[in-house]
Design a protein around this ligand. Structure first.
Ligand SMILES: Nc1ncnc2c1ncn2[C@@H]1O[C@H](COP(=O)(O)OP(=O)(O)OP(=O)(O)O)[C@@H](O)[C@H]1O
Length: 260
């Protein structure tokens, strides 16, 4: 990433929420982060430390209490159609078919162009043959593919993904990770991916941002310099994974508790 352009800059970002009895809950404290154009960046950290909060600030859904977030040189003033959130599978519209869901952000485009983009991305995510199906007729993994196809069809530059595979079973998750990497390598988007799963982060990311407990800051950023597709038995993979566990204060070999 030596020559890559910095696309997202988070500078001295703080976030507090008012608690139930009027006290302030300090969630983020002095967070600094750079995201490079085209990279796959994962954010991991203990449960409830503020990963989603940080992603929502970068995505323009909530405002930082203090600090600055800049995307593509300008301040974040709100959500932007060039940067799309991919939610868990239930983000799709149940009353629309697969092709209508995928084409949802393309209503203003000429019909022929819309049709071409929709078909292209349906094929890319492996849903060919299911164009006319409704979400209720699909598995969780397939619904998640619809979500990804919709973001890609809308030609977003950046995908914000918050635990997108969290609701899927183990094997489907592995398949979705492999497919997401294949798509990312073809499409060259910037991906910010929040997960509590360290293995998932090391399988996917160019760099893993490890956050501390709340009030959270960036404890360390770990570069994952391993070829893709990643060999999950390779010494480099295991060493990177164990290093992240260690940063989070967990010894993987003694059954560290992931909830702290
Ligand atoms: N709108 C809000 N009002 C009050 N507190 C909030 C709000 N949003 C988040 N919080 C609190 O901020 C903290 C961080 O939440 P957040 O969802 O960002 O953490 P997370 O790291 O993504 O968690 P998880 O890994 O469990 O998904 C939590 O204690 C949460 O209760």
């Amino acid at each position: 990433m030596d020559n890559a352009k910095t696309l997202i800059q988070v500078r001295d970002c703080w976030k507090s929420f008012p608690g139930k009895s009027g006290e302030m809950i300090h969630v983020l404290e002095r967070v600094n982060l750079d995201v490079y154009e085209g990279e796959f960046l994962c954010i991991v950290g203990p449960s409830g430390c503020g990963k989603s909060t940080l992603l929502n600030i970068i995505g323009g859904f909530i405002k930082e209490t203090q600090g600055e977030v800049r995307v593509d040189g300008g301040p974040v003033l709100g959500p932007d159609p060039k940067r799309i959130f991919v939610f868990q599978e239930n983000g799709v519209f149940p009353w629309l078919t697969v092709e209508e869901n995928v084409g949802f952000g393309l209503m203003s485009r000429p019909a022929a162009e819309r049709e071409e983009r929709v078909q292209h991305y349906i094929e890319m995510v492996g849903l060919k043959g299911f164009e006319k199906a409704y979400p209720r007729e699909l598995s969780g993994g397939m619904r998640q593919r619809v979500e990804i196809a919709r973001a890609l069809a809308a030609n977003a530059d950046v995908l914000y993904m918050d635990e997108p595979f969290g609701a899927l079973d183990f094997l489907t998750r592995l398949k979705m990770r492999a497919d997401l990497i294949r798509i990312w390598q073809t499409e060259k988007k910037t991906v910010l991916f929040v997960t509590h799963d360290i293995e998932e982060a090391v399988q996917l990311a160019d760099r893993v941002v490890v956050m501390s407990r709340r009030p959270a800051t960036v404890a360390e950023t770990v570069t994952v310099d391993l070829p893709r597709p990643r060999d999950l038995d390779a010494p480099g993979y295991l060493a990177t994974r164990d290093r992240i566990f260690a940063i989070m204060g967990m010894d993987v070999h003694s059954g560290g508790d992931l909830s702290h």
